[in-house]
Design a binder for this molecule. Sequence first.
Ligand SMILES: [Zn+2]
Ligand SMILES: [Zn+2]
Length: 85
Amino acid sequence: MSEWTHAICPQCWDKWFGDRAPVALAEAVREWELCCFCADGTNAGLYVRYNPALLLCEGIHEETSANPGPAAKAGRRAAAPRGRR
Ligand SMILES: [Zn+2]
Ligand SMILES: [Zn+2]
């Protein structure tokens, strides 16, 4: 994830970008991440481009999954061959 791409939970999407339609990842490839706007965990698969200087994360995104269940791991493997949309 680049500095400008942030995970965001549905609540924060409504609050900050409620006038825009969210673009969500397919359920199979979603991971648990921290919402950069409120620091709650989210696996809604929502991301937004936003100035990192204005957010909690300051553009630093660790590649951790806060809550990786077996289903999430299996989903990631199944989704490995990309390019079919
Ligand atoms: Zn962020
Ligand atoms: Zn949030």
